[in-house]
Design a protein around this ligand. Structure first.
Ligand SMILES: C[S@@+](CC[C@H](N)C(=O)[O-])C[C@H]1O[C@@H](n2cnc3c(N)ncnc32)[C@H](O)[C@@H]1O
Length: 371
């Protein structure tokens, strides 16, 4: 790595500490230590240029800790029961750890990208599917998860959702049972969830260019390593969801062109089934030209198969011409959930909900539905 590149990378770690993770004292301390240490900064030269970012190194270090490496650095990681707070000894321990794990860290940095599969989003996906059943009058829904990672969101109908209101709350989803992933979500704003009508997922399929195999211990450890070490709630529900996914065995396919997989899948669905294309935090990875192509191909599939598109992305990636819905108190413009369908050549776009990127809160926006 050239010296000027290393200085640039040090700045990225300082920025990450100040802006991305100020609420996590361990990650702040690690970022500050890495920024000061050329040998640690040099590790990122093993990563592809598009991936050479602080969170990739943080995840690689975390992965080694989760793998059970015996080293005093582990005492700082709550994810393995560590309770030691960042202190003056951390930079030297970090350097020693990185030296002792250099081959393993290099292999991770070369081959992995930061990847998550956030089932907290299912707290919005569940009422969104309910809305689609309501809208179409169809009971059987076929869910295609585009950019599905490990495919955990395909298990949306098997999790429990506990929605918290200012006073009280309500639950949706599968009946509560032990060993099941449960998601707490604050329900903001005035609008209620869509009316309950029976629906089921009769078909489901996930596709991703780099899917995570839920039966591959190293791959799922990487998924866990991409979470932050102090966030025990997300880590625990990830493990529960992985367990449920191993049992459910929903199909996930590796494909560079996931829309081609969708196009083929649609031709095999029975006519009474309502197909739904779902993507959450995937389109941000697309170049502008790829996004245009995605939209064009999608429009064809919508016309041909009555496909409904449910998209949960940054608001800038919403369907063209859709106005942003007003935000309720406590909400912010982070993830916008939208619906798009085509009927008799007329395209309709609807803003369904705002949500926290990991589903910690949601604000329902589909205005025909009042509580
Ligand atoms: C931030 S993760 C989100 C995973 C999952 N949708 C979720 O909500 O937890 C982004 C996913 O998009 C996938 N991805 C990246 N480029 C893609 C593409 N061109 N087509 C489909 N998926 C893609 C990545 O492999 C990764 O699994």
């Amino acid at each position: 790595m050239e010296p000027h590149t290393q200085a640039g990378m040090a700045d990225k770690f300082l920025h990450f500490a100040a802006v991305e993770c100020p609420q996590d004292p361990l990650y702040v301390a690690i970022c500050l230590a890495v920024a000061e240490q050329p040998q640690l900064l040099a590790l990122l030269q093993h990563a592809p240029s598009t991936q050479a970012r602080p969170n990739l190194l943080l995840a690689a270090l975390h992965e080694r800790v989760l793998a059970g490496v015996k080293h005093p650095l582990a005492a700082y990681y709550p994810s393995v029961g560590g309770t030691r707070l960042p202190d003056a000894a951390l930079p030297a321990l970090l350097l020693d750890f990185a030296r002792s794990q250099s081959a393993e860290l290099t292999a991770l940095l070369r081959s992995r990208s930061t990847q998550t599969n956030e089932i907290g989003r299912c707290a919005v996906l569940w009422p969104a599917l309910q809305q689609i059943a309501q809208l179409t009058g169809r009971q059987d829904l076929a869910l295609f998860d585009f950019g599905c990672s490990a495919g955990l969101n395909l298990g949306v109908d098997d999790y429990r959702y506990n929605y918290l209101l200012d006073a009280g709350g309500f639950s949706l989803g599968a009946p509560a049972r032990t060993g099941q992933a449960a998601i707490d979500c604050r329900w903001l704003g005035e609008l209620a969830p869509p009316a309950t009508r029976p629906w089921r997922l009769s078909h489901r399929l996930g596709a991703d260019p780099a899917p995570i195999d839920v039966n591959d211990a190293a791959a799922t450890r990487w998924l866990a390593a991409c979470l932050w070490p102090h966030d025990r709630v997300r880590a625990q529900r990830l493990q529960l969801a992985l367990k449920q996914a191993r049992k459910a065995r929903h199909e996930v396919r590796r494909a560079d062109d996931c829309l081609a997989v969708l196009a083929d899948w649609l031709t095999h669905l029975p006519p009474q089934v309502q197909p739904v294309l779902f993507n959450s935090w995937v389109l941000a990875y697309f170049e502008a030209a790829a996004l245009t192509k995605f939209r064009q191909q999608l429009a064809q599939l919508q016309r041909r198969h009555g496909l409904i598109w449910l998209s949960a992305e940054a608001p800038g990636l919403r369907p063209d011409g859709l106005a942003l819905p007003p935000l309720a108190a406590g909400a912010s413009a982070s993830t916008l959930w939208t619906l798009q369908w085509v009927e008799r050549e007329v395209q309709t776009n609807l803003a369904l909900a705002w949500s926290h990127p990991h589903g910690a809160w949601l604000q329902w926006c589909a205005e025909t539905l009042t509580r």
